[in-house]
Write a new protein. Structure first.
Length: 517
């Protein structure tokens, strides 16, 4: 096969569809024993080595390449040797977290001191491909791209050690054929930075089904948050016809749900870019059309400000999905920090149409709006943001406590959210800053932030997921995950105590008004 596309095994596993299990690859074997990881790691099926359902990014590149190339295969990483022949010219690997430098991974691995499963699986795959090339005396090129490709540019020595021939950074659909031709001809740079972004017309429709029924509805964001790469890219919206085409590719393959990918679903087809008021009718119509073809559809990402500004979207999407106490709409949301001053410096547009000084109020009331209509927000916060103060970190811990207490009092068993703390990683307009050193830069405030975030996650596993995610798989595996979370919290408590910090000491909730609407 002339062109082979693949990904490492952390991108082709279902993790038994456990809640939050996609984060397991970010952990090291010292935290999740290999025997447990192997038991939870259930790989996507394949047909004679070809992935039946593939990561969405691979399906996009596959579709772009097939406009010019005939011999292209999307191979399961465990069976890639089956396709490597003498006529193979390129083996291309998409990467999400190849060296374990991602924000979640840096927290789990003590700032990269321990190897994550994402790193282990990626480097093992590259070494396997390289060894096969050496033993068979072949001369194809190993190419790496994808959202995590930047890590190999940061650590160029790792790229050399692994024997990676070319690294591609950026959106590629509009140039991938030209790039691959240059690689085949031997005239491509080792590190290729793709200039510009493809228009929606240049982004091809997938031809084969994607994992989890994922489809893109827009690309880029446009809010311009300094800490985030996608946010500084121009927003481009897919027309409805293109979206429906991809939904139908997946539904024909037997997928009954759709995962609508965007950086912010509430920005879809937005017209008011000064105040970022959602285009409510466009977002609702998007879900109406998708849900004529599948049984369930949820977004990947969204902004709490957009949700609070347009609760009609939450209500209507919940209604279309038949959402209830046992069937929720999940969404990943950036909490980042509780500090109005800091959010104004690094992401002022993130708060719009509200003001930066309202940020804690937006987060509390936005979560209330989510929960009222059976939306489950999985928040991420950032530890070690440039310019943060100790008070900022303590306030983030206090905000988590405030949200937990006020929402449970008001909504009872409908009150659900988690906060996953991420280590600051220099990206976007802050790429010249230093990585947050988890081992060397933990302060009392940062410890409180991390501790109370993980306490909320533990609470959800003990009380929440049996309501919002009932089922035999969750019932069997939740005790194992709870045990791991309790071990993590005890480790934080012990580490903090050795450094004179009592993380269990009660913190005063923030004085924020919960609106009822």
């Amino acid at each position: 096969m002339r062109i082979i596309l693949t990904a490492d095994e952390t991108l082709t596993t279902t993790y038994r569809d456990l809640p939050l299990a996609d984060f397991l690859g970010c952990a090291p074997p010292q935290r999740i024993p290999p025997i447990l990881y192997r038991f939870i790691d259930t790989q996507v099926p394949h047909k004679n080595g070809r992935l039946t359902f593939a990561p969405y990014s691979l399906r996009k590149i596959e579709a772009a390449l097939l406009k010019s190339y005939k011999d292209v295969v999307v191979a399961h990483p465990q069976h890639i040797e089956k396709f490597i022949k003498e006529d193979t010219r390129i083996v291309a690997v998409t990467a999400m977290d190849p060296l374990g430098l991602g924000p979640v991974t840096m927290i789990f691995t003590e700032g990269g001191k321990l190897p994550s499963y994402t790193r282990i699986k990626f480097t093992s795959l590259i070494k396997k491909i390289n060894e096969y090339r050496r033993v068979k005396g072949l001369d194809f090129k190993i190419v790496v791209g994808g959202p995590g490709a930047w890590q190999l540019e940061v650590k160029k020595d790792e790229m050399e050690k692994l024997g990676i021939d070319h690294l591609i950074i950026g959106e590629t659909e509009h140039q991938i054929i030209k790039i691959f031709r240059e690689i085949e001809d031997g005239c491509a740079h080792k590190i290729i930075h793709v200039k510009g972004w493809p228009s929606t017309d240049e982004i091809p429709t997938i031809l084969n089904p994607s994992y989890k029924g994922m489809i893109e509805v827009m690309r880029g964001c446009g809010r311009g948050c300094k800490f985030c790469d996608p946010n500084i890219r121009k927003a481009r919206f897919y027309p409805m016809e293109k979206i429906i085409e991809e939904v139908e590719v997946n539904s024909r393959a037997g997928q009954s749900s759709a995962w609508l990918h965007s950086e912010d679903i509430f920005n879809y087809m937005i017209e008011n870019k000064k105040h970022y008021r959602p285009n409510e009718d466009a977002v609702i119509r998007l879900f109406e059309e998708v849900l004529k073809r599948v049984d369930y559809a949820n977004p990947t990402h969204g902004n709490v400000s957009g949700a609070l500004a347009a609760p009609r979207i939450l209500e209507k999407v919940a209604e279309l999905n038949d959402a209830n106490i046992h069937r929720w709409v999940g969404i990943q949301v950036g909490l980042e920090t509780a500090s109005p001053t800091l959010i104004e410096k690094i992401g002022n547009n993130k708060v719009k149409p509200f003001d930066a000084n309202e940020w804690p109020w937006v987060l509390l009331n936005g979560t209330y709006a989510f929960n009222k209509y059976f939306w489950f927000p999985a928040y991420t916060s950032i530890v070690g943001l440039p310019g943060e103060t100790e008070e900022d970190e303590i306030d983030t811990a206090r905000l988590i406590i405030t949200m937990r207490e006020k929402l449970r009092k008001e909504l009872g068993e409908k009150a659900h959210f988690i906060v996953v703390p991420l280590a600051f990683v220099p990206m976007g307009l802050l790429k010249e800053e230093e990585f947050f050193d988890v081992d060397g830069q933990l302060t009392p405030g940062r410890l409180l932030h991390i501790y109370h975030a993980w306490r909320q996650i533990l609470w959800e596993f003990e009380h929440g997921f049996k309501i919002v995610k009932p089922g035999i798989v969750s019932f069997l595996f939740s005790p194992l995950i709870k045990l791991g979370l309790k071990f993590l919290l005890r480790s934080i408590e012990k580490w903090a105590a050795r450094n004179g910090v009592n993380v269990k000491k009660p913190l005063e909730p923030m004085d924020i008004k919960l609106e009822r609407f």
